[in-house]
Design a protein around this ligand. Structure first.
Ligand code: BTN
Length: 326
């Protein structure tokens, strides 16, 4: 009821009477007042006027299950929300929930992760109060070989949301890092469970550096946060709300063709590597070339000095700028 009252207050400019709230939720005035008092204690500015009711006049930067639930306007992405103050890893929790029957679109969010995991077996620093850590669970009915493209769909959703919420241009470093001013702000770790020829579930885990100001020496100059770059406060809840909106819309375009043909243009427009010289760290042999953008499978097309067009498949291959990370 708390999230629903908050959602109603958020969507109404005028007062909502206590009586209307009582009727809507089938509870007493005292029960409504208790919820309002709780919200006020969390920092929500709610004006209570005799005979008129309640009105939301200011919003704090709260990051909680209720705040997120009251914001979600998507059809399915993030509508079933599981929030942890602290958990090992949202990817691991999402996989457990998937096995227990959680629906596709379940969003697992944590204020803190004690065993945040990055790609290639790395750890992902996940202190409380600083960043966004979440995993979206999907149970798609397409073939497993299509699933790697979902990471690119999520990268595009995060890039669009960051650009909109922070009012500054975020870009994508192929295949799925989101960068600002050439430094990484987001990492994505997608994991899949397959049985026979069918996907049981896919979990897309996303970490966004929002408020963090200091990085370990190895990441100095390579990683940054949204607040560090924009110099202004960024609401994690507003950002996650937008990411879910963009993801749901982009996913619909992906599913229509089961490839990235309808998203390629937007993705390539955001691709920091596009038209740049890149170094492809292929285990079979490193080479350089001019990045042309992705194709509909999400492969990076690179033109080498001898004029050949190579298609780079994400997997174990990394791409770097010739002079550094991008
Ligand atoms: C990378 O190495 O770039 C990927 C980092 C992914 C981190 C996120 S945080 C939420 C989710 N839970 C995890 O344990 N990892 C992902």
């Amino acid at each position: 009821m708390k999230a629903e009252i908050l959602s109603l207050l958020r969507r109404t400019d005028d007062y909502i009477s206590g009586e209307e709230l009582c009727k809507r939720f089938g509870v007493t005035r005292a029960a409504v007042w208790k919820v309002i008092k709780g919200l006020q204690q969390e920092g929500y500015g709610i004006e209570a006027a005799t005979k008129r009711g309640y009105r939301l006049i200011s919003l704090p930067d709260v990051f909680s299950a209720e705040e997120l639930e009251s914001r979600m306007s998507t059809e399915w992405a993030g509508r079933n929300l599981v929030f942890y103050e602290s958990t090992g890893s949202t990817n691991i929790q999402a996989k457990l929930l998937a096995e227990e029957g959680a629906p596709s679109g379940t969003l697992v969010v944590a204020e803190q992760q004690t065993q945040g995991r990055g790609r290639r077996g790395r750890t992902w620093a996940s202190p409380a109060g600083a960043n966004l850590y979440f995993t979206l669970l999907l149970k798609p009915d397409f073939e497993p070989d299509k699933a790697s493209m979902l990471t690119l769909v999520m990268a595009l959703a995060v890039q669009s949301a960051v650009t909109e919420v922070c009012g500054m241009q975020a870009e994508i470093k192929w295949p799925n890092d989101v960068v600002i001013n050439g430094k990484k702000v987001t990492g994505i770790l997608t994991e899949m469970s397959v049985q026979g020829e069918y996907i049981q579930h896919v979990v897309i885990g996303v970490g966004v550096n929002v408020k963090v100001q200091e990085f370990v020496p190895e990441l100095e100059g390579k990683a940054t946060s949204l607040e560090q770059e924009s110099g202004r406060q960024v609401s994690r809840a507003a950002l996650l709300e937008k990411i879910m909106e963009y993801f749901e819309a982009d996913y619909a375009l992906f599913v229509k063709k089961l490839n990235l043909s309808l998203l390629m243009e937007a993705y390539n427009a955001a691709l920091v590597n596009c038209g740049r010289e890149v170094r492809v760290l292929d285990p079979a042999g490193e080479y350089t070339g001019l990045a042309q953008g992705i194709n509909e499978k999400g492969e990076l097309c690179v033109k080498t000095a001898d004029g050949k067009l190579k298609k780079v498949y994400a997997g174990e291959v990394s791409v770097r700028g010739v002079y550094g990370y991008v």
